[in-house]
Write a protein that binds this ligand. Sequence first.
Ligand code: KIV
Length: 281
Amino acid sequence: MANFTPVDIKKRKGSSRPVTMLTAYDCSFARMIDAAGIDVILVGDSLGMVVLGYDSTVPVTMDEMLHHCRAVSRGVSNALLVGDMPFMSYQVSIEDALFNAARFLKEAGCDAVKLEGGRTMAPVIKRLVTAGIPVMGHVGLTPQTASSLGGFKVQGQDIDQAKAIYEDAMAVADAGAFAVVLECIPSALSSLITSDIDIPTIGIGAGPHCDGQVLVTNDLLGLYEKFTPRFVKKYVNLAPQISEALLSFKKEVEAGDFPSPEESFPGGEEAVQAIREKAEA
Ligand code: KIV
C-alpha cells in the first residue's frame, strides 16, 4: 500500500504543486522512480510497445499487465501505483470490467486503475468507483483505439472534436474518477478543461496548463528509439550509451581483457592441488 492515495492526488487540484507521474514496468525502475519522489507510478499498457515489442498497445493481455504490476509494486513504497487496464478488459461488460479491475488491486498490489474513454466509459467508471476501486480516466488521444482516431496524432483540433473531448473529460469526472489523463490535445483545450473540471488533469502532449504531467519513462530516458512523439523531452539519451557499453564488453572479452584480476577471486590454489593429487592417485 503506497503512502500516497487518490485522495492526496485529488487535493492537488488547484494547488501550486503539480502532480508528477511516470511509467514503470519492472522493480528496479520502480525503485528509482519512487526514490525520486514521483507522485504516481503508472504501469502503462505502453508496456506492449516499449518493453514487449508489440506494434501497438492492443495485444497487451491482463496476465502481462498483472505480471509487470506485481514486479513494480515490489519497488514502490511512496508513490501511488496505478495499473492500466488493457484493451478489451473493460469494454465487454461492466461485470467483466469490475472483475478485471479488482485483480489489479487484489493480485498485483495496485492502488488504482486507469482506463481509456470518456462518455461511453462513464457507467464503467461509476461502477468501479462505487465498488471501492479508484479510477483514473484517460481522454483525447486514446492509444488503444488510435486507429479509429486516425492514428497517433493530435486530437481536438476542430470544434466538434474539441467539444467531444471536453464532454468526455467532464463525464469521467462526474462518474467519480479521481484524476484524468489528457493526451495529445492542444494547450488551449487542456487549459479550458483544467479550469472547468474539479479533478486534477494530468497531461501528456497537452501543454503546460494541466494540474500535472506524465511521460513514458523509456521516452524521457532515450531508451525507446523506434518513435519519438513531439511532446517527449529526452532528459538523457541512454540508448547510444548502452550500445557503447555493450560493445566495450564484447571487445574486452574477445581481447582477454575482461575479467581482470580486480574482477576475479584470488586463492584456491591448495584446493586445486588437492584435486589434482586425488586425480593422479
Ligand atoms: O500506457 C501508458 O503509458 C499511458 C501513458 C502514456 C499515460 O497511458
